[in-house]
Design a protein around this ligand. Structure first.
Ligand code: AMP
Length: 212
């Protein structure tokens, strides 16, 4: 199964991606995680990531192409965070074998909810697990339940950066959804209004495996 997971920042893509990847035994490829873990970013690129801008399309294309060529991607993958604009979508289309037609899963969440979620999000410095100060707090304050790492607020989860990331999403990424819809590749799942992680996951499964 080949899936492009789309949605505004804070829509729950990372959380759902982990479950989808496990369920279908496909690698979860998050371009944001790749960038945050990379030791080869220039100072300028680090600044772009921290302030909610977009890294250059050529650089992202190179990173994604290399990752998709790894053997674990032969039978499927879940791309989270790519493509983010028209040029990246075109790049992906041109670099995939014609028989691969990914499904584009869009997690739809209203902006007000995104702002609330991201401003209260805590992320583990070590394993990148995410928590929410109210809705999904860690058992021990400041400590990751999964690996014991430190929980921090990501630099790009500061209020002004959240606003910028949302603007970038609406301006650059949202138009892609229309494009994918016209190609009949789009699946929209309503992932807001406190539906909860497991409810959203079951809605996703219903779309991906309608016969089960
Ligand atoms: P994310 O975790 O997907 O929200 O990504 C965090 C940040 O990494 C984004 O705000 C961008 O600065 C950068 N980034 C991730 N994916 C891409 C992409 N496909 N194109 C450009 N920049 C990206």
């Amino acid at each position: 199964m080949f899936i492009i997971l789309a949605g505004p920042p804070g829509a729950g893509k990372g959380t759902q991606a982990k479950q989808i990847s496990k369920r279908f035994s496909i690698p979860h490829i998050s371009t944001g995680d790749i960038l945050r873990k990379s030791k080869h970013l220039t100072d300028e690129e680090k600044e772009i990531v921290n302030t909610g801008g977009l890294i250059s399309d050529d650089r992202m294309g190179e990173i994604v192409k290399k990752r998709l060529e790894e053997p674990d991607c032969n039978q499927g993958w879940l791309l989270d965070g790519f493509p983010r604009n028209r040029k990246q979508a075109l790049f992906l289309e041109e670099n995939l074998p014609v028989e691969i037609r990914p499904r584009v899963l869009y997690l739809e969440v209203p902006d007000e909810e995104i702002i609330d979620r991201l401003s209260k999000r805590l992320t583990c410095e070590s394993c990148h697990a995410v928590f929410h100060k109210d809705a999904n707090p860690p058992e021990k304050e400041g400590i990751c339940d999964e690996c014991g790492g430190n929980l921090v607020t990501r630099k790009d989860d500061q209020p002004d950066v959240i606003q910028k990331r949302l603007e970038v999403f609406h301006e650059k990424t949202e138009p892609l959804l229309k494009l994918y819809d016209e190609k009949d590749m789009l699946i929209t799942v309503k992932a807001g209004d406190d539906r909860g992680i497991s409810k959203v996951f079951s809605l996703i499964l219903r779309e991906l495996q309608p016969t089960e």
